[in-house]
Design a protein. Structure first.
Length: 320
């Protein structure tokens, strides 16, 4: 039974079974890829010399207790078929985008990861440390593969002969066009989300109603900052000027809650009855998917200095 094995042990057994079936046709090895923003996933990398590789993630199979040998036969059959028919046009387009920094530059965007929890991943990933987080950079492939992105690794910037500063500058240049910021009162966002949860979004009338709810005038001082895609939007706190504009309008410093990689909750200090520590206790219990979890710290934006520092640190770190 797979439950007696760790996921890595299961993946190793699958690699052995695949190698036996492949009989030297493919190079097969265990790997780790940033399939989600905050976590490296165990992968199995399969390729033929001189050709692009195929990545298989065994996590679902492991969770389903799939038989290693049966799964290996299915995977090998699919790999053989893939190499026989060649790569689709979409893959060629993606490869072209990754060939050079010039090609990739218009599609580079930033996102946050928790620095401590991703220490190993950051060793092979260009990054900028920011408080208790790290800024990493990815290439947007959503126009080719739906919601796909590709995390930029050290090997890529070495091949492109660029630095992490170049990635940062490209992200800032792209901020207004690639993933423009989206800033709205929290109660409007919640109303729109409730509409989405209970209606059919394929209906244009429903979409129009959700947007109407989103844009309603509101007196709610708490706002949500993300981007137009609603994914990896927390980085907007440093890659857009929304905070500066909002702080100047209400003449207040701002608490920032970066509980999720996808968005930031903005609460004016002068309108908040809770302290930063109270907010930290509250967000520590907030339901967030493990893959989207970012930080339980509370940050504060200083209106005068335009800098962001930690106001209340994640208590779990203090215990460690």
């Amino acid at each position: 039974m797979n439950q007696k094995l760790t996921e890595e042990e299961y993946a190793n057994k699958l690699v052995e079974a695949l190698k036996e079936l492949a009989d030297g046709q493919f190079n097969i090895k265990l790997g780790y890829h940033a399939a989600t923003n905050n976590n490296n996933k165990i992968s199995i990398d399969i390729n033929q010399p001189g050709k692009d590789g195929i990545i298989f993630y065994p996590d679902d199979a492991y969770a389903d207790n799939a038989d290693v040998h049966i799964l290996a036969k299915i995977v090998i059959q699919k790999v053989i078929k893939q190499y026989k028919v060649g790569y689709p046009v979409e893959v060629e387009r993606a490869n072209t985008r990754l060939e050079s920094f010039t090609a990739a530059k218009p599609y580079i965007f930033p996102n946050f990861v928790n620095a401590k929890e991703n220490k190993e991943m950051l060793k092979s990933t260009p990054h900028i440390l920011w408080n208790d987080l790290a800024i990493i950079f990815s290439i947007n492939l959503s126009d080719i593969f739906g919601k796909a992105i590709m995390c930029i690794r050290n090997e890529a910037i070495e091949n492109w002969n660029v630095t992490v500063e170049d990635l940062d500058n490209a992200s800032r240049e792209n901020a207004a066009t690639l993933m423009p910021p989206l800033f709205a009162p929290l109660n409007n966002v919640l109303a729109a989300m409730e509409c989405i949860d209970h209606k059919d979004l394929s209906d244009p009338k429903v979409r129009k109603e959700c947007m109407r709810l989103f844009k309603l005038p509101s007196n709610d001082p708490a706002h949500l900052l993300t981007n137009k895609t609603g994914t990896y939007g927390a980085a907007e706190v440093i890659y857009s000027d929304v905070l500066q504009q909002y702080a100047n309008v209400i003449d207040s410093d701002l608490y920032l809650i970066l509980n999720s990689v996808d968005d930031a909750l903005i609460v004016p200090v002068n309108a908040c009855k809770s302290s930063a520590i109270d907010l930290q206790d509250l967000i520590a219990t907030a339901p967030v998917n493990r893959e989207d979890k970012l930080s339980d710290s509370v940050y504060i934006y200083n209106q005068k200095t335009k800098k962001i520092i930690i106001a209340a640190e994640d208590k779990k770190k203090e215990k460690k």
